[in-house]
Design a binder for this molecule. Sequence first.
Ligand code: KG4
Ligand code: ZN
Length: 396
Amino acid sequence: MGKELAKQKEIKILGIETSCDETSVALLTVRNGNISKHNQILSNKTKSVVRRAQLDPSSQFEVRLVKHYIATQIPIHARYGGVVPEVAARTHVAELVSLLDKTLSLSSSHVVRPNRPTSKVDFDAIAVTQGPGLATALRVGIEAGKVLAWSLDKPLIAVNHLEGHLASAWLEPANRKNWEFPILFLLVSGGHTELVLMTDFGKYKILSRTRDDAAGEAFDKTAKMLGLEYPGGPKLSKLAEEGNPTAYDLPRPMIHDASLDFSFSGLKTAVRVLLQERFMIKDKGLKIKPTQLNDLCASIQAAIVEVLVAKTVKAALQSKPKAFAVVGGVSANKMLQVELKSALRKKCPEIKFLKPAKGLHTDNGAMIAAAGLWNIIANKKLPKWEKVDAKPELDL
Ligand code: KG4
Ligand code: ZN
C-alpha cells in the first residue's frame, strides 16, 4: 500500500555496510530548512512508494548520528594473515542481525504483515553497500536490506562504497561549513587509491588511480613482510613514530611521472629485496632489531606518504579545487594528514583543508547512510529493491 508523505524537514536513513571485514549499521538523521519531500515516485510491485526528497545542497544540513555500531572482524582474520571472504560473509550474517536489532528494535508483526519483521524505530530509507567489495560479504548486507525494504515498505538505496568514503568527510560538521565544489579527494583505502574531483553531489571525475597495489595494500603487505599482524597499516605507522624515515633508501614510485597515477608494487619489491639482502640470516629467517624495525617502518611510511602528497599537490595545482579532503582507511595515518596539510598550505593556500571525520576513516555504516542521502540530493533514480545485487568491481 502506497503511503502519501507529508512534507518533511527531516530524513532518517538506515545505513548498512558489509563489504569487507567490518559489519556496521547506522541511523542518520538529516535536517535542513529546505527539505521538502515533494516527489512521490515509482511504485513497485508491492506498491510501496519510493520517495525522493529535494534538498537544497547549498544550505546547511543538520546531521545527527542517532545510532552507530561497528563490529570489526579484524581479530578473526588476523589468524589467517588476511581477509578470508567466506569467513567474512559468515561472520557478517551473525553480526548483522544483532546490530540491526539493536538499531531498530525489530520484532515480529502479526498485524500488518504476518510473520514479517517490523521495526519499532521509524526511518525513511535503507542505504546498503552494493560494491566494490567481496561478493559474498556484500550479499549479506544486500539481502538484509532487501528483507527490510520488502517487509517495512521502505526504498532501498544501492550505495557505492567509494562514495561512502567521500561522504565520511561530510559527516564532520566543520567540513560541511566549507563544502564548496569542486572538492578534491584523495581516497586511500585497502583496495583503492584514487584522486577524485567532486563537482556536485553524485558527480565525480576520477583524475587518477593506482596501476597496481593500493596504498593500504602497500602498508599491509610490507608490514606482513616485517612480521606485523594483519592489518599491518596501523601497526606499521605506530612503530614508525619511533623510527628514522631516512634510515633506508626506498623508491618513490612514479613520483616524477607526468601522470597523476600511482603505483606501489615496486616499493613492495624493494622492501622484499632489502630484507633479503640486509636482514636474512641463513636457516634462521629474518633477524631485525627493534630499532631497525622502527626505522624500516618509518622509511616505508615516508615513501608511501611522499608519493601520495606529491600527486595530491600536483592534482590540486591542475584542478584548482575549493577544498580538499583525504578519506579511506589510510587517511587515519597521522603523518599523511600532517604532510598533506603542510604541503597544500605551502603550494595552494587558498584551498580549504577538510579534516577527516574523526573515527570514520575505516569502513562504517554512517558513511553509507550519508552516501545514501547524497543519492537523494543528487536526485538519482532509486532502483527497485528486487533489482539490487552486489557489484564487487564497482567504481565511482
Ligand atoms: O577503508 P578501509 O577500512 O577498507 C577498505 O575499503 O579497503 O581501509 C583499510 C586500510 C587497510 O589497508 C589498513 O591497513 C589501512 O586502511 N589503515 C592504515 C591506517 N589505519 C588503517 N594505513 C596506514 N596507517 C594507518 N594509521
Ligand atoms: Zn572502505
